[in-house]
Design a binder for this molecule. Structure first.
Ligand code: ZN
Ligand code: ZN
Length: 149
C-alpha cells in the first residue's frame, strides 16, 4: 500500500476545506467565503481550483456558463495522507515522541482526550522499532559509528 500522497499547499487546503464543508461550490462562492479571510481575488481562487483539478483532488461540472467544483477526496483521507506524509519525513523511532509533542501542543476537549486515551489503551507496545533512515540522517544505535579495535 504505497500510494504517493497528494501534496496540497496551505492555500489549496483553504479551498478544500470550503469544498468539504459545502460539498460543491462555484469559484465565486469560494471567493466570497475566502475573500475576507485570505484577502484573495477571484483570480486567485480560480488558479487554486485549476491546480487542485490538475491533482485530481477536485472535479468540475459545467452548468450553463459556470463551473461547479466538487471534492474528489474525503477530508478524512486527505488529512490522513498529509499526516502520513509528515511521518514519512521523520525517523520511525521518533514518531512516538512527535505524537507526544503534538498532544502537548494541541487544545483538546474532554471528548478528544477520551478518544486519545481509548486509542492508547488499545495499543500493543512493540519491543523495537527499526530505524528507516539512512546513515547520516539520524543518531540511533543502529547508525552510530562503531569503532571495533
Ligand atoms: Zn532513524
Ligand atoms: Zn538510524
Amino acid at each position: 500500500m504505497t500510494i504517493e500522497p497528494v501534496k496540497i499547499s496551505d492555500a489549496e487546503w483553504e479551498v478544500m476545506r470550503v469544498l468539504w464543508t459545502l460539498n460543491s461550490a462555484t469559484a465565486h462562492e469560494i471567493a466570497a467565503i475566502l475573500g475576507d479571510k485570505m484577502d484573495w481575488k477571484l483570480a486567485t481562487v480560480k488558479t487554486l481550483l485549476g491546480r487542485l483539478s490538475k491533482k485530481e483532488v477536485i472535479r468540475s461540472e459545467s452548468e450553463g456558463k459556470r463551473f461547479i467544483y466538487y471534492p474528489n477526496v474525503s477530508e478524512k483521507a486527505t488529512v490522513r495522507s498529509a499526516t502520513e506524509n509528515l511521518f514519512s519525513h521523520i525517523c520511525a523511532q521518533k514518531i512516538g515522541m512527535t505524537i507526544a509533542d503534538l498532544v502537548n501542543e494541541a487544545q483538546l476537549t474532554a471528548t478528544d482526550i477520551a478518544a486519545i486515551n481509548t486509542a492508547l489503551a488499545a495499543k500493543t507496545p512493540v519491543e523495537n522499532i527499526a530505524c528507516n533512515c539512512i546513515p547520516g540522517q539520524c543518531e540511533c544505535s543502529q547508525h552510530q559509528v562503531k569503532i571495533n579495535h
